[in-house]
Ligand binder design. Structure first.
Ligand code: FES
Ligand code: FES
Length: 156
């Protein structure tokens, strides 16, 4: 089937199978490699993208369901002020080790800070609860998100 949706702000048309996941479409057909395949069953969050501004696991979503909707990935978000600040804080705070979880983690953090500029530590932890990290122990990730929020509020 032909599918038309907005990818990182631009309308695109592409062929998709009825049973193809959004993750497969993005990575294998459209070359969007920031979206990672971890578990492929909705448990690790490595494949997180924004669908109409909300984080979803793209490995669980059938591609035809994005018809007419907006999908955003790190490629399209990296120059937005919130994402730039998050990336800088992740690097400075040592919140990246192997980096496999990082794009999905950043998308969840971006979604949180877009809705809530002053989250508590608990709110940060809840926002990234669906993103598993096998390396960092989460402490530096939570710190980086709180630091980025503080800087975006001009409190640093
Ligand atoms: S790859 Fe989608 S949640 Fe793990
Ligand atoms: S940095 Fe390796 S899984 Fe998170």
């Amino acid at each position: 089937m032909m599918l038309r949706f907005k990818l990182n702000g631009e309308w695109i048309e592409c062929e998709a199978e009825h049973n193809e996941t959004l993750l497969d479409l993005l990575r294998e057909k459209l070359g969007v490699k920031s979206v990672k395949r971890g578990c492929n069953v909705g448990e690790c969050g490595a494949c997180t993208v924004l669908l109409d501004g909300r984080p979803v696991n793209s490995c669980l979503l059938l591609a035809p369901l994005v018809e007419g909707r907006s999908v955003e990935t790190l490629e399209g978000l990296r120059d937005k002020p919130i994402m730039r600040e998050l990336i800088e804080a992740f690097v400075e705070d040592g919140a990246i080790q192997c980096g496999f979880c990082t794009p999905g983690m950043l998308i969840s953090a971006y979604s949180l800070l877009s809705r809530n500029p002053k989250p508590s530590e608990g709110e940060v932890r809840r926002a990234i609860a669906g993103n598993l990290c096998r390396c960092t122990g989460y402490v530096n990730i939570v710190k980086a998100i709180l630091d980025a929020a503080e800087r975006l509020r001009g409190e640093d």
